[in-house]
Design a protein around this ligand. Structure first.
Ligand code: EPZ
Length: 419
């Protein structure tokens, strides 16, 4: 398995551009199934999860052309197979996002249950209940969701929990249903808004995305379009923490600052000086050690769970004690024991981590367990004295485009050891 070696201890200083958002491009790729014309998607990040999604849609019959600027041209008109097999779905839970579009456009879907993952059980019961509310018949057997429907019918769908992909699945299905659908307690993440904007560019009638109530007026068909994916707010936050944890200065370009306000305010609490432009964010620690911050994760616009591990890493070398509470997933502290190997002083009590900052951490071999945990371990390696080797970096390649090249542009001493 490939490993990444970081020689830490130096402040970062440099600039890098931000790629398109993983958690926007995945639902947008799934939404192409709704369309009965070719369409194209721009600002696509070069990620393993994007490749997996194209492989999944390709197995269904969709055809792809990727041009030299990573613009993806999709022709969904030859879709003839409505299966999402376990061997693909188990590697990427977001495969569940084909369920809504397949049922809405083709009246049939056979999608493997994603199964749990490292950070939690992550059921999909709300996806199923939402599609049933739109008139689909869904049966779960032998590890698969079997769905069928004549034409979906608009309905009021009250979500018991805020679920990002659950909201996205129902929004996509409702786009081709007859009549009006209202999703209550909808997820408000910027990636949900990006998907809604893309659906509207295809001729859908979605309003209210970004609030907790989304209304979709179903239409007969969706036409082709071109859509550029929004910048990745989690990649942005991760690189900002890279600057903060090393007491350095970083300038990020092609960003979307107004999608990570809660992260920016926590960075300011940590002592960062921020200069925010239209599509740039400069973070400058002026050589100072970060101050510990306390935070609680929750659905957008609150502090994102996908930035929790990165801030646990920041607190390991910060001045004071930081308390990090995780409310979205039940098992999202697996990075803690790896950070302890570097000398971090962290105690976990239930869904809360108490981190007492230490003046110095020292490099060691550690192991990634999930996507954001692996990013957190790389961040810790940037500040730990000596070499840190992060194993199982396939996790990080799922969500970060060319991470070692980009961190290298910020001045990090980082290299990948081939498997
Ligand atoms: C999306 O996952 C993101 N993935 C996750 O990013 C992110 O952490 C998460 O939203 C929360 O922001 C994509 O968008 C592809 P949820 P999703 O449904 O939609 C429970 C990353 O690192 N739930 O919002 O799967 C669930 O167990 C990944 O990029 C149900 O109980 O998350 C969790 O506790 C990790 N039943 C909570 O809701 C359901 O039917 C929120 O999960 C659905 C969810």
């Amino acid at each position: 398995m490939a490993k990444i070696v970081i020689s830490g201890g130096e402040p970062l200083n440099g600039e890098v551009w931000i790629s398109g958002a993983k958690n926007a491009v995945l639902p947008i790729l799934a939404s192409t199934l709704l369309c009965d014309e070719s369409m194209s998607i721009g600002n696509v990040p070069h990620l393993h999860d994007v490749t997996t999604t194209m492989e999944l849609l390709g197995q269904m019959g969709a055809q792809f052309i990727i041009d030299e600027r990573m613009k993806i041209h999709v022709d969904p008109r030859h879709t003839h197979n409505f299966h999402a097999p376990y061997d693909l779905v188990k590697t990427m839970r977001a495969s569940i996002l084909v369920l809504g579009p397949l049922v809405a456009r083709y009246g049939e879907a056979h999608v493997s249950l994603p199964g749990g993952c490292a950070i939690g059980s992550r059921p999909v019961d709300l996806h199923i209940r939402g599609l049933q509310a739109l008139g689909a018949e869904l049966v779960v057997e032998n590890g698969y969701i079997h769905a069928k429907a004549k034409r979906l019918k608009g309905a009021r769908v009250g979500m018991d929990l805020v679920t990002v992909t659950g909201t996205e699945n129902i929004m996509m299905a409702a786009a081709l249903a007859s009549g009006t659908t209202v999703i209550e307690n909808a997820a408000q993440e910027p990636e949900v808004v990006d998907l809604a904007n893309c659906l509207n560019a295809m001729g859908a009638q979605v309003s209210g995305a970004g609030t907790n109530t989304i209304t979709i007026q179903g239409v007969e068909r969706l036409h082709g379009t071109h859509y550029d994916v929004l910048p990745d707010r989690i990649e942005t936050g991760t690189f900002l923490v890279a600057g903060a944890i090393t007491s350095g200065r970083v300038l990020l370009k092609k960003a979307r600052p107004n999608t990570l306000d809660s992260v920016l305010s926590k960075l300011e609490q940590a002592g960062a000086h921020l200069n925010v432009g239209e599509d740039t964010i400069e973070l400058d620690m002026r050589g100072n050690r970060p101050k510990a911050v306390t935070l609680t994760t929750a659905p957008y616009p609150a502090f994102p769970t996908d930035m929790q591990a990165q801030f646990v890493a920041l607190n390991t070398v910060a001045e004071g004690v930081g308390v990090v509470t995780e409310t979205v997933f039940e098992n999202r502290f697996m990075h803690v024991q790896e950070l302890q190997r570097l000398g971090a002083d962290i105690r976990v009590e239930g869904n809360t981590a108490i981190i007492r900052g230490v003046p110095e951490m020292t490099g060691a071999p550690i192991m990634a367990t999930d996507l954001r945990a692996s990013a957190c371990l790389v961040l810790a390696g940037l500040v730990a004295k000596g070499d840190t080797t992060v194993d199982r970096v396939y996790h990080i390649d799922r969500g970060y485009e060319c991470i070692e090249e980009k961190l290298g542009m910020l001045g990090a001493k980082i290299r990948r050891l081939p498997s």
